[in-house]
Design a protein around this ligand. Structure first.
Ligand code: GRG
Length: 300
């Protein structure tokens, strides 16, 4: 059980440890065939990552007094989708990265076919997690949750954003186009994390749900602006460059379009907007504000 009044660091560590155990117990082991696929799935998910999306699920759960046992399943579902997206994104056909979270990427540690299959299986494991037991008082709400995660992950969400990203290489995106790409690519799953957490407890009215959704959208976009800033700063430190890695690879970023100071201001503006929307939801939204602040302040 995670104490609702705990300070943020204590709360975050408790949620991170909790979700690690949930994932550990829910992923298949190599005692079952096919052992290599199950090893790759565990390798992709366990012992790594900040678990930002589960933190958002649990923080939104605090807003609506949700049972943590329900939140476990929603949190595992979003983290499994996230893990699958990273496995596929790292593959040679996409970003062709060899390192993730300080260790070889799945296709390097295993092989490409296994990475492809592990990503696929993680994606379906997410929907298994979301549908295998009752998470809401009204069954129709759980159908809405499955729909929400499917929409956020598919071509109108994360996959769509990744598609825009892939097809924009070498093209000059405008700021609204870049924004749409990120609202879909990273924002959709972050938004879904907040809404799924909120579905696990007492029902919010339409106005509160709209306010929460707006805050989640701001947090999702802020996450990406910060990601671009961190990429740029890491590259400047190692290469003495001023443009970010993606800009150097001919991909637009917030930093390449706005410049570093304006990108930092954009992140701060989104943080303020998220706070304002969350303030309207009352004292129980305090945890969500803390997670939003953590996302903006993070250094990795
Ligand atoms: C391949 C279908 C498909 C989609 C890929 C989200 C995504 C779409 C790709 C990830 C590429 C990437 C590194 C985007 C930058 C933002 C991002 C999602 C960073 C990684 O997320 P964190 O910081 O990672 O939450 P950890 O390791 O902490 O879990």
């Amino acid at each position: 059980m995670i104490a609702a009044g705990a300070d943020f660091k204590t709360w975050m560590s408790a949620v991170q440890a909790r979700i690690e155990t949930v994932l550990e117990n829910s992923l298949p082991t190599d005692e079952h065939m096919p052992a290599r696929l199950h090893q790759a799935m565990r390798y992709a998910v366990l012992d790594g990552g900040k678990r930002v999306r589960p933190l958002l699920v649990f923080a939104a759960g605090e807003l609506v007094g949700a049972d943590p046992a329900r939140l476990d399943h929603a949190a595992a579902a979003v983290e499994l989708i996230h893990a699958y997206s990273l496995v596929h994104d790292d593959m040679p056909a996409m970003d062709n990265d060899v390192l993730r979270r300080g260790k070889p990427t799945v296709h390097v540690a295993f092989d490409e076919a296994t990475a492809l299959l592990a990503g696929d299986a993680l994606q379906t494991a997410a929907f298994e997690s979301l549908s295998k037991q009752v998470l809401t008082d009204d069954a129709r709400d759980q159908i809405a949750m499955v729909h929400l995660l499917a929409k956020a992950s598919g071509s109108h969400g994360m996959c769509g954003g990744q598609g825009i990203d892939l097809y924009s290489v070498g093209k000059a995106l405008t700021l609204p186009e870049l924004e749409l790409m990120h609202i879909l690519k990273t924002g959709a799953l972050i938004r879904a994390s907040v809404l799924l957490g909120a579905h696990c407890g007492s029902k919010l009215d339409a106005a509160a749900l709209a306010g929460l959704d707006h805050a989640a959208k701001c947090v999702g976009l802020a996450f990406q602006v910060i990601d671009d800033i961190l990429d740029c700063e890491a590259d400047s430190a190692t290469l003495g460059k001023t443009a970010g890695k993606d800009a150097a690879n001919d991909k637009p970023t917030y930093v390449s379009l706005l410049g570093l100071p304006a990108a930092k201001e954009k992140a701060a503006e989104l943080q303020r907007e998220a706070h304002a929307a969350l303030d309207a939801l009352g004292a129980n939204a305090a945890r969500l504000k803390q997670v939003a602040d953590f996302i903006v302040a993070r250094r990795s």
